[in-house]
Design a protein around this ligand. Structure first.
Ligand code: ADP
Ligand code: ZN
Length: 634
């Protein structure tokens, strides 16, 4: 399956690579020594426990009394067994040991003992024992060192088996990525910008003949999962050149100097096989600004400096093109973005409706689809999803089809897996009390009804009170009829009323407030705050902006950018807008209380109802449709 194949071959997860700095050899040596010392200490201790310690005079006394059965002369001690012990059962025998007096002549002692008929252990007596011991230690240390060296090499350095493609080298190289632009759906502008690079890799002479310099690098900027890695691979695939990839976070290591040497190594390897593409994922991990505002460290700085000098160093005519990906371009060091480095910025956007449809088509190419599948509907429902989400969705649908023993994926599989991706899998065993269930039902119908009764709202497609693993006890799904890029102030106010509609229903019907509305309230507050501080939609501040967006490609969070008093004023205004929305929602629900009750009871029985079923209730003309502007305030 497409999505699987791509995920598995994601190069960034493959570790390894680089010149090994001295420090790791030192580590291997140290570890070896420690192991050897420990080992000999343990051996010593084990041996000692088998013998009883005696004095040298005890030994001489036993010798004089002709009590000795067996003696072993070592360089540092004498081991011996008395005849009494030797007569015992072997498992009961206990030998003795005693120190050897310094300057004692072991040879003479041995001869004397042999003459007495005592069994003397000869191999030790031959006085090369010292040499043997040293030799064996040397061999052991050498062997261990080799093993340790290999281990640390595996962990931190280039593998020993040659090609870095096969070994676990940190730098991951693919001779051919096998990915082309056909595998990347949408992203036409990005592809167009990259086309030039492909052309350059095909035919560098064409450019150098005129004296044109091509950019050495391009920065792919976009949210996670939008296909930046995929695009970079496709460039390599289209140009038919090798693809090196490494993640920025791989550079940043525990040991200072490691990152810099990895960078050097990466460019050396690349130079050997140029033309080629070097892809650095998450470049913000190394490339973050050195001004310390976001906290940097010397290792990262050193790595960044090395990267800059490597980029400056290579000849553009060689045909190395450096692509990097990030979702936080604003924290990158300015030096990286200078002309001649990553001066091209290619935006990889979240896909629009057509882009999502194309992505779904790409990922369903190798999947058997049954006739009822309507990918356009799925694309419509997935506004805001990125390529990776869609790939995941298709795969989930296929898995579901297999689980249910079908031969092809149908529309229901896709819809269900869409919900799985969005709301977690359905969890039927969360036990709610009857009262809780009623509350959840009214809460959800509150959202849905406010939305359904307004003219600027997105149509409701589904309401459910089946709990999901994500923790939601129920949810109301709204599906836009068409893709929208702009929202009017009125639409946003409608959305606010819809968001607080759940809490309003709890209040109107039961007179209680539950924790279930927490997420709604959070979202409503965030929206209201944006209306005031960024969209210029409040009466109080008019067109003045009081916050600015910092990292637009991640969470898009905005930071207050105004005086303390103004910030307090913003809070007041946000509160006023929310209060207004809440009052409106309560009014709408109170005016349509009968409808609210009826739909909620229906939902309690059916647990899941569709948008059409909801609208059938709403459109039965016995209910009054709201005219919010003229309606009297409560
Ligand atoms: P990023 O590097 O931007 O985080 P990836 O390139 O790793 O995202 O994308 C992850 C996966 O999502 C890809 O392997 C691919 O299966 C899917 N994907 C993302 N964008 C697209 C796209 N435009 N067309 C097809 N598949 C896509
Ligand atoms: Zn809610």
């Amino acid at each position: 399956m497409e999505s699987n194949r791509n995920n598995n071959s994601n190069p960034n997860k493959k570790p390894e690579g680089g010149d090994r700095p001295k420090s790791s050899i030192g580590t291997a040596l140290l570890i070896t020594l420690v192991i050897v010392l420990l080992f000999s200490w343990v051996l010593n201790a084990m041996e000692k426990s088998q013998y009883t310690q005696t004095t040298y005079s005890d030994f001489l006394a036993a010798m004089d009394a002709n009590q000795l059965a067996e003696v072993e002369l070592r360089t540092d001690r004498i081991l011996y067994m008395t005849k009494e012990e030797a007569a015992k059962d072997p498992s009961q025998q206990k030998a003795c040991y005693t120190g050897l007096p310094s300057g004692g002549d072991t040879m003479a002692l041995a001869e004397e003992l042999v003459a007495m008929g005592v069994k003397v252990n000869k191999q030790i007596v031959e006085d090369n024992s010292m040499i043997m011991m040293i030799l064996s230690y040397v061999v052991m240390i050498g062997g261990l060192f080799l093993v340790m060296n290999m281990l640390t090499k595996r962990m931190g350095g280039e593998g020993m088996m040659g090609g870095f493609g096969k070994s676990k080298a940190k730098v991951y190289m693919e001779k051919q990525t096998g990915v082309t632009f056909k595998d990347v759906a949408g992203q036409d502008e990005a592809k167009e910008s990259l086309q030039e690079i492909i052309d350059f890799l095909h035919n560098p002479q064409k450019y150098t003949a005129i004296g044109a310099k091509l950019p050495k690098g391009a920065l792919l900027v976009g949210s996670p999962g939008t296909g930046k890695t995929l695009l970079a691979k496709a460039v390599a695939g289209e140009a038919n050149v090798p693809f090196f990839s490494i993640s920025g976070s791989d550079f940043v290591e525990m040991f200072v100097g490691m990152g810099a040497s990895r960078v050097r190594d990466l460019f050396q390897q690349a130079a050997k096989v140029a033309p080629c593409i070097i892809f650095i994922d998450e470049i913000d991990a190394v490339g973050r600004s050195r001004d310390n505002r976001f906290g940097s460290n010397s290792e990262q700085e050193q790595t960044l400096n090395q990267l800059l000098s490597e980029i400056d160093g290579f000849e553009p005519s060689k045909g190395i093109v450096c692509l990097a990906a990030t979702n936080r371009p604003e924290i990158l060091d300015k030096a990286l973005l200078r002309p001649g480095r990553f001066d091209r910025r290619i935006i990889v956007d979240r896909p629009n409706l057509q882009g999502r449809l194309d992505t779904l088509k790409v990922h369903t190419r190798k999947i058997k689809l049954s006739e009822d599948v309507d990918l356009r509907k799925i694309a419509q429902a997935t506004a805001g999803a990125v390529g990776a989400d869609l790939a995941n969705l298709v795969n989930e649908a296929a898995l579901r089809a297999v689980r249910q023993g079908r031969k092809a994926v149908n529309q229901e599989d896709l819809l269900v897996s869409f919900e799985t991706v969005i709301a977690g899998t359905e969890k039927k065993n969360t036990v709610l009390t009857d009262m809780e269930k009623r509350l959840v039902a009214y809460h959800e119908v509150g959202h849905a009804l406010v939305a359904a009764l307004e003219k600027h709202s997105q149509p409701v497609s589904k309401i459910t009170i089946v709990p999901h693993t994500s923790g939601a006890l129920g949810y109301t799904m709204q599906m836009p009829e068409e893709e929208k890029f702009l929202n009017t102030a009125e639409e946003l106010r409608t959305e606010l009323r819809t968001l607080v509609g759940g809490r309003a229903a709890e209040q109107v019907v039961f007179g209680v407030q539950t924790t279930g509305a927490a997420n709604d309230i959070q979202r409503a507050t965030a929206l209201a705050r944006n209306m005031v501080s960024q969209y210029g939609m409040s009466e109080k501040f008019g067109l003045m902006t009081t916050a600015s967006v910092q990292n637009q490609y991640l969470d898009g969070q905005a930071y207050m950018d105004c005086s303390q008093e103004t910030a307090a004023g913003v809070d007041q205004e946000v509160m006023r807008i929310l209060d207004q929305a809440y009052a409106d929602a309560k009014r709408i629900l109170t005016e349509n209380r009968a409808l609210l009750d009826e739909i909620s009871e229906f939902l309690l029985v059916k647990e899941t109802i569709t948008g059409d079923e909801l609208m059938a209730y709403v459109n039965a003309d016995k209910y009054q449709l709201p005219a919010p502007e003229e309606a009297p305030e409560e």
